[in-house]
Design a protein around this ligand. Structure first.
Ligand SMILES: Cc1cc2nc3c(=O)[nH]c(=O)nc-3n(C[C@H](O)[C@H](O)[C@H](O)COP(=O)(O)OP(=O)(O)OC[C@H]3O[C@@H](n4cnc5c(N)ncnc54)[C@H](O)[C@@H]3O)c2cc1C
Length: 232
């Protein structure tokens, strides 16, 4: 028996009566988000959360991730669940259609994400981090960066991380010391130590894309001198 049942009636009520999903669906770019489509998406997400993610929650915590032979192995069932998750298109639900996403409004994505979080927090952090990395590249990446990274990240065959924290830099990121040294061809070599990186290593995907905070050689002290790098 599943330990999770999505509060679908409450979610539908909030989306329709309070948040105005019908009006949002009339905005340019959101035409696919008709009330019927949104209802179907929420129902399918509820089934996936209850049927696939929730049953892995307790066993996943008990077994945990394991470091073996230089790699991190996820708990039993996580690989199959992740394969199903990306096969169903859940990873790119809110991302730009131009790069393979479904372009759903944040309003819908938030309801779906709540189901992933509530049914299995440990699993949900992987797509959460990937979505954050996708958003950062979408908002600030060059067209070349977007073309190179977004399609696979949105499809979920590559996942993403955020590499901010260092032993001396947690809450106060102005203390970041990681160095980015230009190689003369537009790329940089990164040096330094990062800690506590969620889904920084795992066996769910072909590749892990790290978004790394670091300083270039002539960068000023403090937060103003920090840049963000995409590392494969
Ligand atoms: C489960 C988990 C996952 C994480 N995932 C990631 C990740 O994916 N990527 C990543 O980069 N980092 C990650 N982190 C690191 C996280 O961002 C840092 O732990 C966080 O920023 C706090 O830094 P710190 O641990 O060095 O604590 P510190 O900054 O040393 O803080 C220690 C204590 O001092 C308090 N404190 C700090 N500064 C002040 C202040 N100015 N005034 C008053 N009190 C203050 C804090 O509230 C805290 O109680 C993760 C951490 C955890 C626990």
């Amino acid at each position: 028996m599943s330990t999770y049942t999505a509060p679908l009636r409450d979610m539908q009520f909030v989306l329709r009566e309070l948040a105005g999903i019908e009006e949002v669906g009339k905005l340019p770019g959101y035409e696919e988000a008709s009330p019927d489509t949104v209802e179907a998406i929420l129902e399918e997400a509820a089934k996936f959360a209850a049927g696939v993610l929730a049953p892995l929650n307790v066993p996943g915590d008990r077994q945990g991730a394991r470091w073996q032979d230089g790699e991190v192995a996820m708990p039993a069932g996580f690989r199959e669940a992740y394969a199903q998750f990306i096969e169903n298109g859940w990873n790119g639900i809110g991302s730009e259609p131009e790069h393979g996403g479904q372009g759903m409004p944040k309003l819908v994505v938030a309801a779906v994400q709540e189901m992933w979080k509530a049914s299995n927090m440990a699993f949900s952090l992987c797509p959460l981090l990937t979505t954050g990395a996708i958003e950062a590249i979408t908002l600030s990446g060059t067209p070349e960066l977007k073309a190179a990274w977004l399609p696979k990240m949105i499809a979920g065959t590559w996942t993403g991380t955020m590499n901010l924290t260092e032993p001396q830099a947690g809450s106060d990121l102005s203390l970041v010391r990681a160095r980015a040294v230009p190689q003369g061809d537009g790329s940089y070599k990164l040096y330094g130590q990062k800690i506590f990186i969620t889904y920084g290593e795992h066996d769910l995907a072909e590749n892990i894309v790290h978004l790394v905070l670091a300083r270039t050689p002539d960068a000023p002290e403090g937060v103003k001198g920090i840049s963000l790098f995409v590392a494969q």
